[in-house]
Every structure is written in structure tokens, then in C-alpha cells.
Design a protein around this ligand. Structure first.
Ligand SMILES: Cc1ncc(COP(=O)(O)O)c(C=O)c1O
Length: 386
């Protein structure tokens, strides 16, 4: 395991590895297939669904950043979540948080409806409810912290300890922070995964995923499944994500500096009734976040006064913010979780998770902070006009 610091590993990934031409940056290998040296004499790679040099470089660096044994690059973040489901049989129980990403919620609830496993949806901050769920001896517990879109914090070390005592594997969605700000495997989790579409690539031009296991045998089992079901990521996407990854630590610094200022601005704004941001001392789980995270990230959400009509006016009057689904790119994005990212959740489940019609989510970008705040200030003022 490398002892490099995160910034060094991110920048140095694949540098100087081209023995043929001495290319400084890891070359992209688009070939779908590789020749054998002779009869039954395979090289390291033979077919790109199974293995590809560019994808392998990306997988290795993510595994290093997450301090795990095996990294697997998938075609999307959802493919990484689905890959974990290959570990489950009909009689197994899975526990997921009630406030996870809408796409994860949709996948687990629909597979459970088809009888692929049993599912318990629980508020993981409710320790009595979690203990009750763990009494069913689940095979897998999914954790998402900070959660999407309410930024709820789960104590990874504490929850993992309880899950392990119940015999469950713990898989943590680390998409909102990236390994630059949180390393769940070091807190005891068995699997960590990302939508690399977000901070890891960071430029909103790749859809991808990655999964890292602490244990080598578990990683090899999942890598076998990734090839078997054909959900490995492409060489081109791996190349772009590797390129984006090199600036991850510096991007995260700027993202966070901006997010703190936006959060403070929103907190005092008369158009807003609540702001959800883990950096606030009164945010539930702030102390845990401080302990298990290296920063508070750049995602936040808020409740606007005036309901969905005010949300519409806000969106219509922003110039810098783009109304779009995703997050984690260098540009600032704004969204309405109920009708966008969490539309895959029934409305009752949304309300149960605290997702209301007046909830707005922001992915704070790295534009000039004065421009970001001026845009929000204008949009919020118009949102309150009759
Ligand atoms: C927290 C989280 N996990 C997983 C995903 C799924 O990733 P993808 O869209 O790359 O499939 C997303 C997508 O928004 C997400 O926000």
C-alpha cells in the first residue's frame, strides 16, 4: 500500500509508465482486444471488457486513494451499486438508508419487489430502528454519508461495528466527498463506491463509477462479476476520469471554500427557512463529520419560503447556476430533488426522508464566489416577489 499523500497519488497516477515511448501521461488504450503471444499464452490483457490498461491504471489509483485492496471501474455509478447486488441471494436481507440517492433507492426497491433479496429501509440515525433492522442479520448494509440531498451524517465507524457484529458487509457511497475528504475503508467499511461522474472526474463530461474493496478475495469476486455481467467502464471514460482526478485535491479546496461562504450567506437570508450544510455547528452530526471527514464538502440544500412557486421563480432568475441533475463538476448546479434526482422515489418515501417540494439542492462550483453569491442573491429576491 502506498504511503503517498492524496495529492501526490492523484497527480502521479500513470505518470512515466509507458515503457515503449516514454509518454509522460498514461496513454489511452482503445483496443478492444489484445494478441496472445502464442497458443494459450495470454498477456496481462486479452479483451477490454475483462481488462484494459487505461482502466486498470484508473482502478489502481482509486484503490490507493481509498486504501483498499481491489478497485473496479464501472460504466456508471449505478453499475457499481448494481455490482454489489451480485453478492445477494433470494434469502439475503439488505438494509438501505431511507434518504439515499433516488437511483439507489429505486434499484434496491425494484429488485426486492422481484424477490431478488429482502429489503429493510431505515433511518440510520435512529439507533433503535437500526438495531431492529440488524436483528434480521442482513448480508449487506448500504451507507450514504453525507446523504443526498439532506446531508445527513452517519457515523461510519460506529455503524460498521454494529453491522459487523450482526454479520453484515458494509458498503459506503462516498460520492459526495471523494477520497480526498473521506476514506470509509479506514473507518472499517468493507466496500466503498463512487459515481465518478461527480467530484472524481469533476468536469461533467463523463458518466462512470468505481468500487473498492478492503478485502482482496471480495474484490476478486466482484471483479469476476463485473466482467461476467459486462458493466466495466470504457477506456476513454477511464482516461478522462484519470485526467480529472489529478486536480481533485485542489478542486475540493476551492469547492469547499466557496461552499462555506454560500452556506453562511444562505443561512442569513430572509427567503430561506433552513439550510442543510454539515459545516454548521448546529447541523445534526456536525461533530461526527468533523471527525470522520477531512472537510465538509460543497453540497448543500435549503428550504425556500413560498413553496414550489418560489422554487420556480428562483430557477427562472438565475444566470450563473445551471438547473441540472448532477453535482461535483467545476460549475455550480442547482436542482429540485423531488422532481429530479429523487423522482425515482414515491412521494410518500420522499416525505419520509424529508424531501419536500420547497427543498432546493446546490452543488457549489469553483467560479468566483462574488459572482455565485450575486446570482443567488438576485434569484432569491425575485423568488419572494408576488
Ligand atoms: C450519491 C450518488 N450515488 C450514486 C449515484 C449514481 O451515479 P451515476 O449517475 O453515475 O450512475 C449518484 C448520481 O447522482 C449519486 O448522487
Amino acid at each position: 500500500m502506498s504511503t503517498n499523500k492524496i495529492a501526490t497519488s492523484a497527480v502521479r497516477a500513470g505518470i512515466n509508465t509507458d515503457e515503449h515511448h516514454g509518454a509522460v501521461v498514461a496513454p489511452i488504450h482503445l483496443s478492444s482486444t489484445y494478441s496472445l503471444k502464442g497458443f494459450n499464452e495470454k498477456r496481462e490483457f486479452d479483451y477490454s471488457r475483462t481488462g484494459n490498461p487505461t482502466r486498470a491504471t484508473f482502478a489502481e489509483v482509486i484503490a490507493e486513494l481509498e486504501q483498499g485492496a481491489v478497485g473496479i471501474v464501472t460504466s456508471t455509478g449505478m453499475a457499481a451499486v448494481h455490482l454489489i447486488c451480485q453478492l445477494l441471494s433470494m434469502d439475503d436481507t439488505v438494509v438501505i438508508p431511507h434518504d439515499c440517492y433516488g437511483g439507489s433507492y429505486r434499484l434496491f426497491t425494484h429488485l426486492a419487489k422481484r424477490g431478488q433479496f429482502k429489503l429493510i429501509v431505515v433511518d440510520q440515525n435512529d439507533s433503535a430502528a437500526l438495531t431492529k433492522a440488524l436483528a434480521n442479520n442482513p448480508k449487506l448494509v448500504l451507507v450514504e454519508t453525507p446523504s443526498n440531498p439532506l446531508l445527513r451524517i452517519v457515523d461510519i465507524a460506529e455503524v460498521t461495528k454494529a453491522c459487523h457484529e450482526a454479520g453484515a458487509l458494509v458498503a459506503v457511497d462516498n460520492t459526495f466527498l471523494s477520497p480526498a475528504l473521506q476514506q470509509p475503508l479506514l473507518l472499517g467499511a468493507d466496500i466503498v463506491f463512487h459515481s465518478t461522474t461527480k467530484y472524481i472526474n469533476g468536469h461533467s463530461d463523463v458518466v462512470g463509477g468505481v468500487l473498492v474493496t478492503k478485502d482482496k478475495a471480495l474484490g476478486e469476486e466482484l471483479a469476476w462479476w463485473a466482467n461476467c455481467i459486462g458493466i466495466t467502464g470504457s477506456a476513454f471514460d477511464s482516461f478522462l476520469a484519470l485526467r480529472g482526478l489529478k486536480t481533485l485535491p485542489v478542486r475540493m479546496k476551492q469547492h469547499q471554500e466557496n461552499a462555506e461562504k454560500v452556506a453562511a450567506f444562505l443561512k442569513n437570508h430572509s427567503a430561506i427557512s433552513s439550510v442543510y450544510f454539515p459545516g454548521f455547528e448546529d447541523h445534526p452530526g456536525h461533530d461526527i463529520a468533523k471527525q470522520q471527514q477531512a472537510g465538509f464538502g460543497s453540497m448543500l440544500s435549503f428550504e425556500i419560503n413560498g413553496g414550489v412557486e418560489a422554487v420556480k421563480k428562483l430557477f427562472a432568475n438565475l444566470k450563473l447556476f445551471t438547473l441540472a441533475q448532477s453535482l461535483g463538476g467545476v460549475e455550480s448546479l442547482i436542482s429540485h430533488p423531488s422532481t429530479m434526482t429523487h423522482a425515482g422515489m414515491e412521494i410518500e418515501a420522499q416525505l419520509e426522508a424529508g424531501i419536500t417540494q420547497s427543498l432546493v439542492r446546490i452543488s457549489v462550483g469553483i467560479e468566483d464566489i462574488d459572482d455565485i453569491i450575486a446570482d443567488l442573491n438576485h434569484g432569491l429576491a425575485v423568488s419572494q416577489q408576488q
